[in-house]
Each structure stands twice: as structure tokens, then as C-alpha cells.
Design a protein around this ligand. Sequence first.
Ligand code: SF4
Length: 308
Amino acid sequence: MQVGADSVKPGAVLTADRRTGQKGGVLTIRHRRVKSALTKTGGFLSGFSHSLTPYWGCSYGSSCFYCYVAESQIQRFHADGRAWGEWVTAKINIAEVLERELDRLARRDIRPRIYCSGSTDPFQPRLEPRYGLSGQCLEVLGRFPPALLVLQTRSPLVERYFELIAAIPTAVLNLTIETDDDSVRRKLTPGCATVERRLAVARAATARGIFTQISVSPALPHNPERFAGLIADACRRVIVDDFFHGDGARGARSRRRLVPERLAQHGYPGWFGPDTTRRLMAALIERMGEERVGYSQAGFNRGLTETA
Ligand code: SF4
């Protein structure tokens, strides 16, 4: 299944993906050999010791209009003048470096708590089928099981890796689904898989025994009761967040990303503010109980304590 990195030349420019059929804008791909795989972390990721990022950049970036990584140092230092979502650097030797690092940690009896990833989607349909870097990392992690591994994705491609994920007892699949309304998804995040497709992935992962969280983060316009009904049985836990609290700056970063303007432009002017997820939280707690529903950073970290 995995395709070697050499099958795509560095600097290749893709305008659509012949292999997966996924359309997208121009995407420039570069290759990089890295010296380290795991990065020590803190801040929002305080529940983790390290992050793991197989790709710099994210090909979903032209679709995720709110993505805060677009303002990060990754975009500043690696974009080479290209917009967020129009470039990706594949760390082509990351799996072998990861294996060396995990081996070194294991010799010191250290099992890391790994977040993969806060700055890219490890299962991007335009990248991962060609390079297989995240899959290769999962194989390594299967040999050196970490104390915790959270895989953050919105991509149905993750289904191909269920066997590898299920073999890591501490793995948690965090699947992003921001709305129950596919017309909202089409308008606001058109490059992402449909709501129904992602719900099917969550159900299949849960049925496969994978600890699955649905990440309604950040919540896009939705029908609270309907949304809660759709996700309650599809996962073990739900984490809800909004543009106001979830950006860590009381909405300032979201404003810089022009989130209120974008919502208003598509007919959703009331969906930016501190109170947009109250009804959804109430509906979820009613169906799932408080222990299975978390809110924002505190809820995310509480869930990690319970899983690992
Ligand atoms: S998938 Fe995540 S990292 Fe990638 S563009 Fe969307 S929000 Fe940003």
C-alpha cells in the first residue's frame, strides 16, 4: 500500500490527486531528511511529552479557513512565499529517526506521551497515499508502544491504518467533525470529507475497538440536538470547542483569521462568540453523561488522563 517517497520528485506540483481522486489547489511538495522526529512539547499540549509531525504544512489548509497553524512559525519558516495549504514538506526519513529515538528512550525506561499532530493532518489524502510516512511511524510505534498516542485527523484515509492503530493499546483516534450539516461543510470546509463519511469512520473505529473521540473543534453552525444524536453512539468521548475559547486568545486569533467575516459571508453571523456550543454541550451530556463529554482544553486533557 505504501508508496516510496522517491515516486514523487521533490518540488513536484500537484493540481489534483490522480491516485485518490481528491481535487485541490496547487500543492508544492518538497522532501526533507530530518535529524529528529519527536519534539518536546508543552502549552496546550501539556498532557503530552512529545509531538510527532510527519509532514510540515497541510494540504487541507486551503479548505480549513480557520486553521491557526497558518499563523505559526511553521508557515513563517517553511512556506517559502506560498500560502498555507499550498505547500507540504515530507520528512522522508522520519520513521527511521523515530525508531532510533524510541529505542534510546526505551533503554532509559521512558515511554513518551505523543500527540500526532497539532500542526498537520497525518493522513492527508493528497500526501499519505504517496509517502506512507504516518503509516511507517505507526509500524515503529507498534514496536515501541508509547504511554499515550493521540492521532488527530479529519481524513477517512485513517481507516486503512486501523489494524496498526488497534495494535497500539494506548492509541486514541481523535476525529474532527465540526458540524452535523453537510451544507455547512460544503460552504465552509469544502475540501473535507462529508459529515456522513467521517461519522462512518468513527463508527467503524469504535466497532474495531479503537478508543475514538470525536472532536467538534471548532464547532461550525449546527443543529445541537441532531448533532448530539448522530455522534453519541459513534465514539467513546466527544470534545467540543469553539472559535472563542478554542483559539487560546478569547477569539483574537480567530478574528485575525477573519472567522466572523467568513461565517457572516455564508449566512451564519451569530455563530461567533463565547456561547455558541452551550446547547450542543447540554444535548451531548444528556445523551452520553458528563464523563464522556469534554469542553475545550480542560476537557481534552481530562480525557487523556482517563485513557492513559
Ligand atoms: S487539517 Fe488541521 S492542520 Fe490541516 S489545515 Fe485543517 S486545521 Fe490546519
